[in-house]
Design a protein around this ligand. Structure first.
Ligand code: ADP
Length: 559
């Protein structure tokens, strides 16, 4: 056992006293909080002072204790006389360490002068003010202070209610950020709108410029121009149209068909309907009425569909060119060719007669005989040319007429190939003939077509001298083909090869010609209700094919 000296005993006594004081203080605080006491004594520099908790009856103290807000009562030296537990937890201290402490000790340095101002106002009148609070863990809490001074028996004290503004401030700051973002978005949209407006202005300017250009161009060229909507309804005509027809756009809409010659109306209307249906180019020649003299003049009209980026037709743009003068010139030329070739026929027949007479003379020297033979060959060529010219003018006049009867196509072409082999001894003509193909037609004209194909196969195949000739049948038609391995022609040329006077560019160097043979051949085949076609590859040769209606044995019996 340890013996204590006098000092130690004294210290122990002091500790015990202090312990009992602390116990007493804790009990007092508890008693205040639970409303068990209504007064307390606080020692100040001027001695102990009694504070009665006159207004703080039991119910209100409970109420204050349960509030979300902090609540403190200060004496005139700003010392905390009373605090609810909410304030203690705001500043993160046990309640016992809050009581008796200067309220200003919870205010951070930078806010002190602001705090002093608020306190001054608070003591003078009921007032409010925002300030920052610093808790025991140095966390800064924004609070709203509401001051009310209280008259107590011991003198005036100040009641302060503290509302934690952290959540509100956080909300405000989020709102501010959101508002800023919103403002930025609004600015972006405004900028985009401005850009869009500029673009629209620019485009509108471009559009009106191009419309002006179009109108200027459309009104100042000597061609009739019109446009139609997607359904083919006229919606614009240029100045030339109005001058030519005498009708403005509104009148033209109803009088359009009146303007086309009655004989050409059906054909051109059908072509227009087909162009609309199949969304393809319209191309026609017709007689178009000129007002006010009422003359019908030949026009070449075209309309092309105008498509948007997705390929949908948005309009039709049409042009019409007056070709009446050229057409009449051509007619006069055709007429001249017809008359001239007819007039040439008689002297040529006479010439042929005299050549035959000369040939029949006895004792002709070999030199003279060879002259006569050369003259005869030239005459044959001349006759062929004149015959072709006559045919062309007959076709133009719609007078290429011939009789038709049933004949054996195989036999006819057999004979033609035999003659050709004599005419062209350097060429090998291979036959692949179906037996006894019977057709209905004109033998002379079919021979003319076939020989034209053979002549061409020879003319346009200067190197490879093989030619194949075929006759087949498919149950409906007899099909004749002539294949060569010569210069051939492009796809583009194949489209025009059966047109009058058409020649492939560059073929002049290969062989001379006038571009009439295939035109006549196609007209003859058309007259036979058949079809003529070409298939070719440049420098690989051509396959010309024509078909004729087949006559079957049963048909022959009934003829
Ligand atoms: P021509 O031969 O007298 O000019 P055609 O009407 O018979 O007249 O032929 C028209 C054109 O077609 C020819 O000028 C030639 O350019 C081309 N052509 C015809 N047949 C052939 C062929 N077998 N090979 C290549 N080109 C041909």
């Amino acid at each position: 056992m340890k013996i204590l000296n006098g000092d130690q005993r004294h210290l122990l006594k002091e500790i015990e006293e202090l312990r009992s004081q602390l116990q007493e203080a804790n009990e007092t605080i508890h008693a205040i909080r639970t409303g068990q006491i209504d007064a307390l004594v606080v020692s100040t520099e001027t001695g102990p002072q009694l504070y009665t908790l006159k207004s703080a009856d039991h119910t209100y103290r409970i109420f204050i204790e349960k509030m979300k807000e902090g609540a403190v009562t200060l004496n005139q030296d700003d010392v905390i006389l009373y605090s609810n537990s909410q304030f203690a937890s705001m500043v993160d201290l046990p309640l016992s360490e809050v009581i008796g402490v200067q309220f200003g000790s919870f205010i951070p340095e930078g806010c002190k002068s602001e705090f002093r101002k608020l306190m001054k106002n608070g003591w003078n009148s009921d007032s409010k003010g925002e300030i920052l609070l610093k808790n025991n863990k140095d966390r800064i809490i924004p609070v709203l202070l509401s001051f009310t001074s209280l008259e107590l028996d011991e003198g005036t004290s100040l009641s302060v209610i503290l509302t934690d503004l952290s959540a509100q401030k956080e909300g405000e700051s989020q709102l501010k950020t959101k508002n800023e973002q919103l403002e930025q978005a609004r600015r972006d949209v405004a900028k985009m709108n401005e850009e869009l407006e500029d673009m629209v202005k620019e485009r509108t300017k471009d559009l009106s410029l191009s419309r002006e250009y179009f109108q200027y161009l459309a009104n100042n060229i000597p061609v009739i121009i019109w446009t139609a909507d997607t359904h083919g309804k006229l919606d614009y005509v240029n100045r030339r149209w109005v001058e030519y027809t005498g009708y403005d756009i509104e009148e033209s809409k109803t009088k359009q068909t009146e303007l086309i010659h009655p004989d050409d109306l059906e054909k051109s209307s059908l072509a227009w309907r087909e162009a609309l249906k199949f969304k393809q180019k319209y191309e026609q020649e017709f007689r178009f009425k000129r007002n006010p003299d009422g003359a019908y003049r030949w026009h070449y009209a075209q309309a092309i569909p105008f498509k948007d980026e997705e390929g949908h037709i948005t309009a039709w743009i049409g042009t019409s060119i007056d070709i009446d003068d050229q057409k009449k010139q051509l007619e006069r030329k055709d007429e001249f060719i017809g008359v001239a070739s007819h007039e040439l026929k008689t002297p040529m027949t006479t010439l042929k007669g005299y050549l035959q007479l000369m040939e029949s003379q006895q004792d002709l020297s070999d030199t003279v005989k060879s002259y006569i033979s050369k003259a005869s060959n030239s005459l044959i060529k001349l006759q062929r040319l004149v015959d072709q010219l006559l045919d062309v003018s007959k076709i133009k006049a719609g007078k290429l007429e011939f009789s038709k009867h049933v004949f054996n196509l195989t036999e006819l072409l057999d004979q033609c190939v035999e003659n050709s082999s004599i005419m062209y001894p350097l060429y090998t003509i291979k036959k692949e003939f179906a037996e006894n193909i019977m057709v209905m037609g004109n033998e002379e004209r079919i021979e003319q077509v076939f020989m034209n194909l053979i002549n061409n196969a020879v003319k346009y195949s200067p190197t490879n001298r093989n030619i194949t000739v075929r006759i087949e049948e498919d149950g409906v038609s007899a099909i004749v083909s002539v294949t060569d391995f010569g210069v051939g022609m492009s796809e583009q040329d194949q489209k025009f090869i059966f047109e009058r006077f058409y020649r492939v560019n560059g073929h002049d160097h290969v062989a001379p010609g006038l571009g009439m043979g295939l035109y006549i051949a196609s007209e003859i085949i058309k007259e036979h209700n058949g079809e003529i076609k070409v298939k070719s590859k440049l420098n690989e040769g051509c396959v010309f094919t024509f078909s004729l209606p087949l006559v079957k044995v049963s048909d022959q019996l009934s003829i």
